[in-house]
Design a protein around this ligand. Structure first.
Ligand code: UDP
Ligand code: MG
Length: 332
C-alpha cells in the first residue's frame, strides 16, 4: 500500500520517526497502526500523501532490520535507517530527525505505549501555528511503581537544578522543520532532548493522552540505562553538583576554623588537655576544609570549560523584518 494511493497530496508532509531496539515483537502491529493513522489523516486532507514513517534500527540483534527492509521492499512509504551499533534512544531519535523529510516530524516509541491517535491533534496544533507539540501523559498507571517513583524524583531534581522540562512528557512530540533545524545546531554529543527542546522557545502546545501498556516485548530501558539517562540529563544541563562541592567546602572551612579555634582554646585553658591532641586535630580540620574548597574552585572552572565546550547556540531569531522586505523602501 502506498499512502500516495489513498488521497491526492496536501501541503503538510508528515514524518513519523520510530526508534527501534530489538522490537521484532511489536514492529508489524506498529506499522499497521501507524499506516492506518496516515491513511486517515491523508483522507481528512490534514497531511500530504507523500508522508512517511522512518524506522531507526538502533543496533538491534533480532529481526527488526529485516522486518523494516521487508516493508520497504513491499513499496510502503517507509524509510529505514540502520545504526551500526546500539547508540541509545536519544541518538536513534536524532538520527531519525536528521533523515526525516517532513514539514512536521513526530517521534514516537515503537511499542506505541503513547497513543498514536493523538498525532491527529498534534497535526491540528501544528496547523494552528505551533512548532512544537508535546505529548503529555494523563497518568502513569501502566508503569511500575518503581518507574513512577524514580521518574518523579528525577524530574523534581531537574526542576530544583533549574532545568526546564515539560512534566509527564517523554519523547513523544511533534517538531516543525524549523524546530529540527534549530535542534541540529546543538553540537553536544549527549543531547538531552527533553531539556533542549524547551530551550528553542518556539510556539508550543501540549496534547494529553493515556499511556498504555507495552503490547509485546520487554522494556528496553533497564535500570542501568535509566540511570545513565538520568545522570546524562542532569550533568549535561547543570554544573550545580560541582557548585555544591564549593559550597560544602566553604561551609566546612568555616566549621573547621571554628573547631580549630576551639581546639586551641582547650589547649590553653583546660588543665586536662591531652598533649599532642591539638597539633593532631588542627591540621586535619584545616586541611580538610581548605582541600574541599579548592576542589570546589577547580570544579567551578571545569564546569565553565564544560559548558563552553558544548558551543550551544546563544539565540534563535524568531522573526526579523525590515522595510526592504516588501520592496517599498527604495532610496529616493
Ligand atoms: N530504544 C532505542 N534504543 C535503546 C533503547 C530503547 O532505540 O537503546 C527504543 C525502543 O525500541 C523504544 C523506545 O526507545 O521504541 C523506548 O523504549 P522502551 O519502550 O523500551 O522504554 P520504556 O517505555 O520502558 O521506558
Ligand atoms: Mg515503552
Amino acid at each position: 500500500m502506498q499512502v500516495a494511493d489513498i488521497h491526492p497530496s496536501k501541503p503538510t508532509t508528515l514524518s513519523i520517526v520510530v526508534p527501534c531496539f530489538n522490537e521484532e515483537a511489536v514492529l508489524h502491529a506498529t506499522w499497521d497502526r501507524l499506516a492506518d493513522l496516515l491513511r486517515r489523516l491523508v483522507a481528512a486532507q490534514k497531511i500530504s500523501a507523500d508522508s512517511e514513517i522512518v524506522f531507526v534500527d538502533d543496533g538491534s540483534s533480532d529481526a527488526t532490520w529485516r522486518l523494516i527492509q521487508t516493508l520497504i521492499s513491499q513499496g510502503h512509504p517507509v524509510s529505514g535507517i540502520k545504526l551500526s551499533r546500539n547508540c541509545g534512544h536519544q541518538n536513534a531519535l536524532l538520527a531519525g530527525l536528521s533523515e526525516a523529510r517532513g514539514d512536521a516530524v513526530v517521534t514516537i516509541d515503537a511499542d506505541l505505549q503513547d497513543d498514536e491517535s493523538s498525532i491527529e491533534q498534534m497535526v491540528d496544533a501544528f496547523h494552528g501555528g505551533c512548532e512544537v507539540v508535546y505529548g503529555v501523559r494523563r497518568h502513569r498507571h501502566t508503569d511500575t511503581w518503581f518507574k513512577r517513583g524514580t521518574a518523579r524524583a528525577f524530574y523534581r531534581l531537574m526542576e530544583w537544578l533549574g532545568v526546564r522540562t515539560v512534566p509527564d512528557h517523554a519523547d513523544y512530540r511533534l517538531l516543525s522543520r524549523r524546530a529540527i533545524e534549530q535542534l541540529m545546531q546543538f553540537d553536544e554529543v549527549n543531547l538531552f532532548l527533553r531539556g533542549v527542546v524547551p530551550l528553542l522557545g518556539l510556539r508550543s502546545s501540549i496534547v494529553r493522552y493515556d499511556r498504555k501498556a507495552r503490547t509485546a516485548g520487554e522494556s528496553k530501558y533497564p535500570l542501568r540505562k535509566m540511570l545513565e539517562f538520568a545522570i546524562d540529563g542532569i550533568t549535561s544541563f547543570s554544573t550545580s553538583p560541582l557548585r555544591s562541592i564549593t559550597v560544602a567546602g566553604m561551609l566546612l572551612s568555616v566549621g573547621c576554623l571554628l573547631t580549630a579555634g576551639w581546639a586551641v582554646f582547650v589547649r590553653f585553658t583546660s588543665p586536662d588537655a591531652v598533649p599532642g591532641w591539638t597539633s593532631t586535630i588542627l591540621p586535619i580540620f584545616l586541611l580538610g576544609g581548605v582541600q574541599l574548597f579548592c576542589f570546589g574552585v577547580i570544579g567551578e572552572y571545569v564546569g565553565k570549560i564544560y559548558m563552553e565546550s558544548k558551543r550551544r547556540p546563544r539565540f534563535f531569531i524568531e522573526q526579523s523584518d525590515s522595510a526592504h522586505a516588501g520592496g517599498s523602501s527604495a532610496i529616493r
